[in-house]
Design a protein around this ligand. Structure first.
Ligand SMILES: C[S@@+](CC[C@H](N)C(=O)[O-])C[C@H]1O[C@@H](n2cnc3c(N)ncnc32)[C@H](O)[C@@H]1O
Length: 233
């Protein structure tokens, strides 16, 4: 069952009910694996991809984002259409990450600012370098597309413009390589800053716990209904 349907059941019954209904059906080892994944998830670093063209790049960026333990990936899709990630490259990481699609860079920036994120534009040649990026607040790292880089509008909307220094003849790194390098360093610095591997809020943690435990269970809605009626008997 896809995320959306599981989330609809969580919205209807509440995370605690869903967790109580499905947990007896899971092996202990499965529960332990999912708990360890939750403990490592970092919600205060996120990635923004602006109008990507290549689904292989998108998939590779998503894979790295998930592999470093982030839980959200924002895409701006107004110009290029719905974000697509090539399945043979993403290695199933889509089920562990929340995709947020925005029509415009402005809409994306506003929504992240409202949540308290500092916006950081990655721009080859920018004078501020990766190591100088402050990690004392939640950070959204913005990446431009393969051909044009980050739009002038997106650069304006961001609080910082940063680069990774280059010493070869090539002018820029591949997009997904850039995502991996930035996220690797910044997630590590942010974990040191917060003093923990993961930083999920209690509410987010409970929601993901319910979703991850419930995903893949056949007849989920009946199982939850049966659990609910057993509580009232
Ligand atoms: C292939 S590059 C785009 C090249 C584009 N012609 C430009 O000048 O921005 C794709 C994206 O990777 C990121 N990137 C690549 N090299 C980078 C570097 N040295 N520093 C910071 N970001 C970089 C940026 O987000 C860039 O928009």
């Amino acid at each position: 069952m896809p995320h959306k349907q599981v989330d609809a059941l969580i919205a209807k019954y509440g995370a605690d009910i869903v967790i109580a209904a499905v947990t007896p059906m899971l092996e202990d080892s499965r529960v332990e694996t999912l708990e360890s994944g939750l403990n490592s998830k970092l919600q205060s670093i996120t990635v923004v991809l602006e109008n990507l063209y290549d689904p292989h790049n998108g998939a590779a960026a998503m894979r790295s984002t998930e592999a470093f333990g982030l839980c959200d990936l924002h895409t701006i899709d107004g110009t290029t259409g719905t974000f697509k990630a090539a399945k043979d490259v993403s290695a199933g990481t889509g089920k562990w990450i929340d995709l947020h699609s925005h029509e415009t860079s402005l809409a994306c920036a506003q929504s992240l600012k409202e949540k308290g994120f500092v916006l950081c534009a990655t721009v080859p040649g920018a004078t501020m370098e990766l190591e100088q990026i402050p990690v004392d607040k939640p950070l959204a790292i913005w990446f431009g597309n393969e051909r044009d880089g980050l739009s002038a509008e997106a650069q304006e909307l961001c609080d910082h413009q940063v680069s990774i220094e280059m010493h070869g003849f090539c002018q820029s790194f591949n997009l997904s390589v850039s995502v991996a390098m930035f996220v690797h360093r910044l997630a590590s610095k942010r974990r040191a800053e917060v003093g923990a591997v993961g930083d999920l809020s209690d509410e987010r943690r409970r929601h993901l716990q319910a979703r991850w435990r419930a995903t893949g269970i056949r007849g989920l809605s009946h199982i939850i209904e049966r659990h609910v009626s057993s509580l009232t008997q």
